[in-house]
Design a protein around this ligand. Structure first.
Ligand SMILES: NC(=O)c1ccc[n+]([C@@H]2O[C@H](COP(=O)([O-])OP(=O)(O)OC[C@H]3O[C@@H](n4cnc5c(N)ncnc54)[C@H](O)[C@@H]3O)[C@@H](O)[C@H]2O)c1
Length: 287
């Protein structure tokens, strides 16, 4: 297995900033975080400062450890000059194939041949990106969950050419930053968690569309009968219906899955996107 010392996170948004923080908190790695949008690195640093301050307040972290962790993260706006120093690169830029393509092409030119190149994408399997690097055997998906500092799971998915050393090193890295890895032996759209979540959510919508039960009762059934912390409709409203709708359409484009449920399409077309717009499957404007 490969020894990792220096980790590069590409993209300082919702996911990248917290992947960098969780990595730095382990005390095992030096971390560089790259973003090209003006002000984004500053925003990420401020958000991470707030997160560690809260942990210190709650007694979960000492002030000294918090400062050390933040001190281990170096900011950069230049991928080409940061990539040669990394043993592991975790790409967490926007969920857009062309954006990820340009990052992986650049990593192919600038990262060392041994570096592991991972993508945090929720829907783009690594075989679509690995060929751009000239070393597909060093590439894998490394799918963390939001918020990374709270959610334990990380799905590692191997592409058809990913070698064993890459998989084992990636799994060990995830354990080393105090998260729990699971391995998807063969890549598939949606990995494990989203496939199961999507299947349950689509079934919930079919029950609703068929007039079998109300959204409220379906949520209560799932919450009380399966012990989910939240029913599927509340979860969809919480995550944003547009995100789910986009993912279902993407899945269809990849040749999988059936029609997007009408009830979802109609809500999205009416711009009722869930909590963020005040209305989705439920109405939040009166609460
Ligand atoms: N948000 C979630 O709940 C979640 C959960 C799991 C996985 N993901 C995946 O993580 C990835 C990032 O999602 P996010 O929610 O953090 O997105 P985000 O929009 O919050 O952040 C993306 C960041 O990437 C930066 N960026 C774009 N192009 C870049 C480039 N070429 N070089 C450097 N930085 C660049 C943007 O400036 C932005 O700061 C996506 O692939 C998404 O599917 C998201």
């Amino acid at each position: 297995m490969h020894e990792l010392k220096r980790v590069l996170v590409v993209g300082a948004g919702t996911m990248g900033s917290q992947i960098a923080l969780q990595t730095a908190l382990s005390g095992r790695y030096e971390v560089t975080i790259v973003d090209t949008a003006p002000g984004q690195l500053e925003r990420a640093r401020a958000q991470n400062q707030k997160l560690v301050d809260r942990s210190v307040e709650k007694g979960r972290l000492t002030k000294e450890k918090a400062e050390q962790a933040l001190g281990r993260i170096t900011d950069s706006d230049n991928l080409a000059s940061s990539a040669p120093n990394a043993d592991l690169v975790i790409e967490a830029v926007i969920e857009d194939f062309d954006a990820k393509k340009s990052v992986f092409e650049s990593l192919g030119r600038h990262a060392t041949n041994d570096a592991i190149l991972a993508s945090n994408s929720s829907t783009i399997v690594i075989s679509r990106l690995a060929g751009l690097t000239g070393r597909p055997e060093r590439c894998c998906n490394m799918h963390f969950f939001h918020p990374v500092t709270v959610m334990q799971l990380c799905e590692i998915a191997r592409g058809p050419q990913t070698d064993d050393d890459t998989v084992e090193t990636a799994m060990e890295f995830v354990r080393g930053i105090d998260r729990t890895p699971v391995l998807l032996q063969k890549e598939i759209w949606g990995f494990i968690v989203n496939r199961i979540l999507f299947a349950a959510s689509e079934e919930a919508m079919r029950l609703l569309e068929g007039g079998y039960a109300t959204a409220e009762d379906i949520d209560t059934a799932v919450q009380k009968g399966l012990n989910w912390p939240m029913g599927p409709f509340h979860l969809l409203d919480f995550s944003g219906l547009d995100i789910f709708y986009g993912a279902l359409n993407d899945r269809r484009q990849q040749g999988e899955g059936g029609e997007v449920p009408d009830v979802l399409r109609e809500l999205v077309e009416a711009k009722h996107l869930g909590r963020k717009t005040g209305k989705g499957f439920f109405d939040y404007t009166t609460a």
